[in-house]
Ligand binder design. Sequence first.
Ligand SMILES: [Zn+2]
Length: 397
Amino acid sequence: MRKFLTIIIIVCVINLINLFAQAPEDFYIIRMDESTLRSLITKGKVDILMKKNGKYYLLVDRTEVRRFLRKGLRFEFAENELLPPVSKHGLNGAYHSYSELERDLIDLEKSYPEIAKVFDIGDSWENRNIYAIKISDNVEYDEDEAEVFFVGCHHAREWISVEIPYLLAHYLLLNYTQDSKIKWIVDNSEIWIVPMLNPDGLEYSITTFRYWRKNRRDNGNGSYGVDLNRNYGYMWGYDNIGSSPNTFSQTYRGPYPFSEPETQAIKNLFEQKNFKVAVSYHSYSQIILYPWGYKKEPSPLNDLLEELSSKMSELIYQVKGNLYEFGQGGSFLYLTNGDATDWFLGTFNIPAFTIELPPVDFISGGFFNSEEDIIPIFEENLPAALYLIEWAIITNN
Ligand SMILES: [Zn+2]
């Protein structure tokens, strides 16, 4: 027994040394077997990154590590073990970095000056521009056409969520003169696309810590970042289940609603426009979610939300046979408060969707989509995006 205790103490000491020596700021990647994971899951939500060689990899914060150590849970630190294979195209591969997105958006504007215009709608904490591209005929003017909104990258590590809205812009512009349906859509709507809402977090995810989720606010106590998708002003901080008041948490909601320049940029844009529908891309899970997220009861628009997401799911399925399930966020997945879609619906009374892009789960790769996944995921999501724009045009008239 004494020997056993000594071993336990040694393991704890090694873990504690690791805790302070290897820390990428506030978060740690740990590895555990299935039975340990199961005992954790029964006690609440955990941030699973991936399953590899029979082990489960989790992202945890300092408080969680301390709690697991106190409980005597068996786990190991697994820093640097999970990085994806080096890509053909540098660190971020075919995925956009901040400067690559900036360059490509400006190129689109130059190539299609009649129907594309790039706006800087706000600056991040680290002074990067938050770009929106507007696509419409007479793009210089604010016409009385259906305004629609697409946004990606609230969460830094969800790289695929930048590519899908960017490629939507690219597709609309490229096909405008050749495809009469696309021309009709662009001529009769004003499409606003913000592919990268969280440029600081994204850059940090590329250069420093692949699993970074939040923005890069310095919280002043050794922790960084606010979860931008918990910082919106509708039912912000409703409870501590759907968001966290703890600055070290992955779902830290910020000190007050719209405390972050990134969410403030979206707020300003929405107050100037009259959006009819909004889509926020995330990954992973392969599902379509709609408000409410903050509670399990349905919203006043529930029938419409169900109808639109059912149709989107069907359109996605028709492309390659991939099923995106759909449902109300708060009852179907888990509770969230202060998220973008609750604010879109709660404040502007418009249908709003969170599309969690593939893969379906962490066993299939979690946050790592290969470069080869980008185009197929875009192709299957395109008809659903076009359908929502058409819906907005028809209901606007
Ligand atoms: Zn997300």
